[in-house]
Unconditional design. Sequence first.
Length: 154
Amino acid sequence: MKQEKSEQEIFYELSCYTQTHTDPSFIYQYVVDAFAAQYADGNTKPITLTFALIGLYLHIEKGFSGKEAQIAHVKLAKHRKQWPKFDLPGDRGNITVYDVLNAPEGPERDEMIHKWCVSVWDAYNDSHKKVADLVQNELYDKQKKRKNLYYGQK
């Protein structure tokens, strides 16, 4: 009897697809963030879930590319050492990493990655304001004070 692949194995396969993708938007970051938020549990480090939610927020709500979200993560990590905890919703979205990998490679899979991000972000609806406030405070307000690190709002 053939054993099905785990979510982590499917994530690795999807990661290979996105890391070799020629799209300059760097969709790999979207996959990392959606997977981390969807499969977070009580053992997930606060920085992991926080950055996943920030990445989803920047992508879905602010239109950031994966590369821009990654740059924001790097800038945030340089200055803050404690990260908030977020409540884990029971439902983490109706699209999974399996659904994404099952979509045909190319535009259909890329669109499914976006839909997955939206699905996971929507599942964290109760955390949206907390994430938006954190981004405003940590990325925009504090970065303005550190002019050499300012990351302009879109």
